[in-house]
Design a binder for this molecule. Structure first.
Ligand code: ADP
Ligand code: MG
Length: 304
C-alpha cells in the first residue's frame, strides 16, 4: 500500500479489512472481526460474545441531548449487537474521556442512564477507565453469552430465505429514537427459541448498508419491496433505506420457518416481511411502488 494512503481513501470498512488481515486469532475464537460480536469458546453448552462500540461528542451525540440519554445509548447500542447474535448480555466495562470542566453531576447522569439499561437487561457494569480528553467520549465493551448452537451470524442467508425487520425504519436521529430505542433482546430470544433465523444483524448503518453486510458475507443477492418496508412517521423510502441508528433487527428465515412466523398470531412481537434472498448476481434490488426494479447501493453510514 502506498505510504501516502489515508484512512479517507479506503474508508471505514476498507480500514477494518486492512486491520483484520494483520491480526491472527488464537485457538478458541469461533468468530473474530466481521460480525456484530466476536464469538469465543466457553464451558458447557454456551459460547461467549464480545462486542464494543464507541461514541463521541459531535458525531454520535450532543451534550444538549442530556447526559442520561447519552449514557443509555452508549450501553444500549452494545446490547443491540449482542441481541443480533442471538445472545444475552452479561457484563460491561465502560471507558470515558472528558474535559476537566465536566460537572460531576453530568457524569453521574451518564452512569444513571447506563444503569437503567443494565437493570433492564440484567447485566452489570464491572469496571472501565477514566481519562482526560478534549471532547466527551464513551466506549463500552460488553460480554454476552449464547447457546452453542444458537448463535446467528451475518453469513448464513440462503437463496430463497425471506427477509424481515423488527420495526419501523428511518428518521431515527430526527425523532429521538436513536436515544430511546429498546434493544431487541426479547425479539431475538423469541426468534432463536421458536424459529431458526439463518442470518441476523442490527440496523445501525441503515437498511441498505446492513442488508449489504448480510448479502456480502452470505454470497447472495436480495430483493426488497418498497411497499412492505415499515417506515417511521414522516420517513421517506430513502430515509428507511439509508438513515442509520434504528437498532432494529434485520434477519432472514428459511421459507418454512418464515411461514410459521407469519402464521403465528399469538406472539406479542411484530415482525415485518420485507423481501427475499436471491442469487448473488441479483445484487440488492428494490421493487418500487410502480413495480420497477431499482438497483440499490448497499452503502450505509460510514465514518470516513
Ligand atoms: P457494528 O455496527 O455491528 O457495531 P461495525 O460496523 O462497527 O459493527 O464493525 C464491523 C466489524 O469490524 C465488527 O466485527 C467489529 O468488531 C470490527 N471492527 C471495527 N473496528 C475495528 C477495529 N478498530 N479493530 C478491529 N476490529 C474492528
Ligand atoms: Mg451491529
Amino acid at each position: 500500500m502506498s505510504p501516502a494512503k489515508k484512512i479517507s481513501h479506503i474508508g471505514e470498512f476498507g480500514l477494518i479489512n486492512v486491520l483484520a488481515k494483520l491480526l491472527r486469532t488464537q485457538k478458541g475464537i469461533a468468530k473474530s472481526i466481521g460480525d456484530d460480536a466476536a464469538v469465543m469458546a466457553s464451558q458447557g453448552d454456551k459460547v461467549l460474545l464480545f462486542t464494543t462500540d464507541m461514541m463521541s461528542e459531535g458525531v454520535h451525540f450532543k451534550k444538549s441531548m442530556g447526559a442520561r440519554l447519552i449514557g443509555r445509548k452508549a450501553l444500549a447500542c452494545n446490547v443491540s449487537d449482542i441481541a443480533a447474535m442471538g445472545g444475552m448480555p452479561l457484563a460491561a466495562v465502560v471507558s470515558i474521556g472528558m474535559p476537566p470542566s465536566t460537572p460531576v453531576n453530568f457524569v453521574k447522569e451518564i452512569y444513571r442512564g447506563m444503569e437503567s439499561i443494565a437493570r433492564q437487561f440484567n447485566l452489570s457494569i464491572v469496571g472501565g477507565d477514566t481519562i482526560k480528553s478534549q471532547r466527551l467520549i464513551i466506549n463500552v465493551a460488553l460480554l454476552g453469552e449464547a447457546g452453542k448452537g444458537k448463535v446467528v451470524y451475518r453469513c448464513g442467508a440462503k437463496q430463497g430465505d425471506l427477509i424481515f425487520v423488527t420495526g419501523a425504519l428511518g428518521r431515527s436521529l430526527q425523532s429521538g429514537k436513536h436515544l430511546s430505542f429498546t434493544p431487541r433482546i426479547a425479539e431475538a430470544q423469541f426468534l432463536i427459541n421458536h424459529f431458526k433465523p439463518s442470518a441476523m444483524i442490527d440496523i445501525s448503518d441503515g437498511l441498505a448498508g446492513d442488508l449489504g453486510h448480510i448479502l456480502k458475507q452470505s454470497s447472495v443477492g436480495a430483493v426488497i419491496y418498497e411497499k412492505l418496508i415499515p417506515k417511521r412517521a414522516g420517513a421517506t423510502i430513502q430515509n428507511a433505506l439509508y438513515d442509520g441508528e434504528d437498532f432494529e433487527l434485520l434477519f432472514t428465515l428459511p421459507v418454512a420457518e418464515a411461514k410459521k412466523l407469519l402464521a403465528d398470531k399469538k406472539s406479542k412481537f411484530r415482525f415485518h416481511f420485507i423481501g427475499q434472498v436471491l442469487n448473488k448476481k441479483e445484487k440488492l434490488t428494490l421493487l418500487d411502488r410502480n413495480n420497477r426494479r431499482v438497483a440499490l447501493l448497499s452503502k450505509g453510514f460510514v465514518h470516513f
